[in-house]
Design a protein around this ligand. Structure first.
Ligand code: EPU
Length: 402
């Protein structure tokens, strides 16, 4: 059963800062990035109540400071959404320079371009980002690169700006649409999310609402790939099959059987899979966030596969770990050239980042013997109860507390 989408939830939680009131968010994934997000909201004065493991009530009536703690905000990427929300609500905000997985340069120039176009002043000093504005006014903004973060952040900031903001060359990921739906549930007037152009008509006020986060496309994709890699028979539920089309298509091209239900997908394998080429791209292309798990599957698939990472400059670090397990991979620039081997061998490997960690779990499941993965705190940032979910499918996997 797939959990709520991390990359939607990490934007929706900070977006509750837009209002002076109460929101209840359901289907929140139980991951460490959400816990950090809640800690930051609390430090700003929000009251957080967990109704159950997946439901949070956030009361943002008494926001007491516009300075988010630098140590917490610089720990993870999505802290940049505090900027859009607090700028709109309070006209000023200070956060630590956003951190996150080390995937190469992760600039925030497109966020800044958007905030400045809305009338804000942005200063970066001593590892902190300071953004302030007397008032926000609508603007036409054409993003230079397709950015999930900048699209969502500027959309959040523009919800109450005077006039109609038009964002062009925007990201179309399911989580962008989900955040727009959440903002509209609070009374925003946003049209076009999921297309290249988003129009945001500024409203005077937003109000609290109840909202349920969409299922996690990336967690679902990871389990689909794990099913194919282990030649299993896995039905993945609580998903939106449309969001998984590029992954389903690639698995079918390899020879796997993928059967879609209304809110589920079943992956089985009844013959030998073929190597394929994969190139990551913004939605609806093949998601960068399942590229690393996919390269594990390709490492045991007959023939040569080329995996080209076009979003991040450094997202092949996991291939060094896979090579410790016997994979034959050569990285040239942004492309990994993978020659499928019969079997991987268990080894001690490192979860170099979040999705690399999930990739190592799949590698461990298909390898001969035992695999030990260290630095698993990366995995806990994005996969709720990963070992329990795999154990329920028959995997021999356990968390070793040291
Ligand atoms: N970029 C810029 N300037 C900007 C923003 C982005 O040049 O101001 C570039 C980036 O360097 C990158 C490309 O644009 O080359 C796309 O970056 P994007 O802004 O879309 O990425 P992000 O918002 O920082 C989110 C996810 C990532 C996911 C990417 C792409 C969150 C918190 N993170 O990052 O998720 O890989 O979109 O889909 O939503 C993950 O979950 O493992 C993860 C890394």
């Amino acid at each position: 059963v797939i959990s709520g989408a991390k990359n939607a939830a990490v934007a929706i939680l900070p977006a509750t800062l837009l209002i002076d009131g109460v929101c209840t968010i359901e289907n929140v994934p139980n991951i460490s990035d959400i816990k950090i997000s809640c800690e930051i909201l609390k430090k700003l004065g929000a009251k957080i109540t967990w109704q159950d493991e997946h439901t949070i009530t956030i009361d943002t009536t008494n926001i007491t400071t516009t300075k988010a703690p630098l140590d917490l905000t610089s720990k993870f990427r999505a802290s940049y959404y505090i900027i859009g929300a607090m700028l709109s609500r309070k006209g000023e905000v200070e956060v630590g320079m956003p951190g996150g997985c080390k995937l190469g340069a992760r600039p925030i120039d497109q966020h800044i371009k958007g905030f400045e176009a809305l009338g804000a002043n942005v200063t970066i000093e001593h590892g902190a980002v300071l953004v302030e504005a007397e008032s926000l006014k609508a603007a036409n903004i054409f993003f230079d690169v397709v950015s999930v973060g900048a699209t969502i952040n500027v959309m959040i900031a523009a919800t109450m700006a005077e006039g109609t903001t038009v964002l062009e060359n925007v990201a179309k990921e399911p989580h962008v649409v989900d955040v727009a739906n959440f903002l509209n549930s609070m009374g925003a007037d946003i049209k076009g999310a999921g297309t290249d152009v988003i129009r945001i008509k500024g409203v005077n006020e937003l109000v609290g609402c109840n909202y349920s986060v969409i299922p996690d496309q990336i967690e679902a994709g990871t389990f689909m790939i794990a099913a194919a890699a282990t030649k299993g028979d896995v039905t993945i539920t609580n998903i939106i099959p449309k969001h998984l089309e590029s992954i389903s298509a690639k698995l079918i091209e390899m020879g796997a059987i993928v059967k879609e239900g209304d809110d589920s997908v079943r992956v089985t394998v009844d013959n030998e899979l073929r190597g394929v080429n994969v190139k990551t791209a913004p939605y609806p292309g093949f998601p960068t966030d399942v590229q690393q798990p996919m390269s594990v599957l390709l490492s045991i698939t007959k023939g040569r596969s080329l995996v080209t990472e076009s979003i991040w400059e450094n997202r092949h670090k996991h291939t060094d770990e896979l090579k410790k397990m016997g994979a034959m991979i050569k990285v040239e620039g942004r492309t990994a050239i993978i020659d499928g081997v019969e079997k991987l061998e268990g080894a001690k490997v490192i979860a170099t980042d979040l999705r690399a960690g999930a990739a190592m779990v799949i590698a461990g499941l298909i390898a001969n013997g035992e695999t030990e993965i260290v630095d698993i705190e990366h995995i806990d940032r994005g996969y709720p109860h990963i070992e329990e979910k795999f154990r329920s499918l028959g995997a021999d996997i356990r968390r070793v507390v040291r």
